[in-house]
Design a protein around this ligand. Structure first.
Ligand SMILES: *Cc1c(COP(=O)(O)O)cnc(C)c1O
Length: 381
């Protein structure tokens, strides 16, 4: 897929992902250097620590830098990687929210972020206001930071990012967008007016369910330095091996997302046709309340579909009858999985399921989902 409305000779998404962050070809060298494992590095015994030379592993690492270059290219900003998505998000909130001001957060977004804000941030004297992703948004005059999440996890509602970013800019507030569900191929928050794009790279970005990682992207050098100082001080850094695995996985992002989107489209049709299912949300479906905004704002649709079964026993039957849908949290991975969100303390209905479509063949998933849905309807629900 090519960036929409862009230069026709600009490389497409597949090409950008394959090449992101790679060094220029050099004979005898690998395409991508291996991970560098180091706590201290050798210093010059006389001159000591030198600018531009690695000295200690909490401050920098060449394997992170390669991944930061790659993600920065895709997001269109300077990237800082963190040990997890929550390390990145809490870092942004703590670096940006000031006591006596307001932090605006989604009421329907990732529950751990909301919980952090309502306990830790509020405890530091920050007023925390939660707003549904789709709005309406209150006046933002006393806000220092507005964190948006679009599409929101798990409800998949959308926020008109350019409109809210415009209003926040007038009020002098920073806008951060949690870009986890969309990924930088799905949307580029910095192009839409946000100052910060922040995400869990644990999910679709890396997609192999084998690592935890997060990142922040930003164009303002002063803000980048503020967040870098936060990372230096707290040590919320990723391990080099995770960073290296993540960079390897990034090369296939375009093809993984394409298959996941196709699978989500096929499974959404099946879910909409089932009498056991209500509340199906997938922004790629023309009937979805967020479809028009999704087409305007996003470059591709996520591989996640959210729906509601009558109750927990119905979800139990659904998961037990399926052969291909793993019961697991997280999303965006190769393997299709389903998560009953209420089990985590997310304020969701007991039967709400977040279905993360993997990259299996669509026909196999359709057949498997049909069996799982039949097991729910058969029992009279
Ligand atoms: C998973 C998730 C996070 C947290 O990421 P971790 O890598 O698990 O720390 C943050 N935001 C969203 C939207 C998520 O789905």
């Amino acid at each position: 897929m090519r960036p929409h409305g862009d230069d026709p000779v600009a490389p497409g998404d597949g090409t950008r992902c394959v090449r992101a962050g790679l060094p220029p070809p050099a004979a005898g060298q690998p395409f991508r250097p291996g991970p560098v494992f180091a706590a201290p590095y050798h210093l010059d015994p006389v001159a000591g620590a030198q600018p531009g030379t690695d000295g200690y592993g909490r401050y920098d690492n060449p394997t992170w830098r390669a991944l930061e270059t790659a993600i920065g290219e895709l997001e269109g900003g300077h990237c800082l990687v963190f040990g997890s998505g929550m390390a990145a998000i809490t870092g942004v909130l703590l670096a940006a929210a000031r006591p006596g001001t307001t932090a605006v957060l989604p009421s329907d977004g990732y529950y751990a972020t909301r919980r952090f804000a309502q306990t830790t941030l509020a405890g530091l004297g920050v007023r925390v206001v939660t707003v549904p992703t789709a709005g309406p948004y209150p006046p933002l005059d006393d806000a220092s930071i507005v964190l948006l999440e679009s599409p929101a996890n798990p409800g998949l509602d959308l926020c008109d990012l350019a409109v809210v970013a415009g209003r926040a800019a007038e009020a002098g507030a920073l806008v951060a967008v949690d870009n986890t569900t969309a990924t930088p191929l799905g949307q580029r928050p910095l192009d839409l007016g946000a100052q910060l794009s922040v995400a869990s790279a644990t999910k679709a970005l890396t997609g192999h369910s084998d690592l935890l990682l997060g990142y922040v992207c930003c164009r303002d050098p002063e803000l980048v330095e503020r967040i870098r100082r936060w990372r230096d001080a707290t040590g919320a850094v990723p391990g080099p091996f995770e960073a290296w695995l993540a960079h390897r996985s990034l090369g296939t992002l375009d093809v993984r997302l394409a298959r996941q989107e196709a699978n989500a489209s096929a499974l959404t049709e099946l879910l909409l046709a089932s009498p056991a299912v209500t509340g199906v949300r997938w922004p790629g479906h023309p009937g979805d309340p967020a479809a028009a905004l999704a087409r305007r704002q996003m470059r591709r649709m996520p591989g996640i579909v959210t729906f509601v079964l009558p109750d927990k026993p119905a979800v139990d039957r659904f998961l037990s009858a399926s052969r291909l849908i793993a019961a697991a949290t997280s999303f965006g991975g190769l393997h299709t999985c389903a998560d009953r969100r209420a089990q985590w303390g997310d304020a969701a209905p007991a039967g709400l399921v977040r279905l993360s479509c993997g990259i299996e063949d669509s026909a196999d998933l359709v057949a498997d989902l049909s069996v799982a849905l039949a097991a729910v309807t058969r029992s009279g629900n």
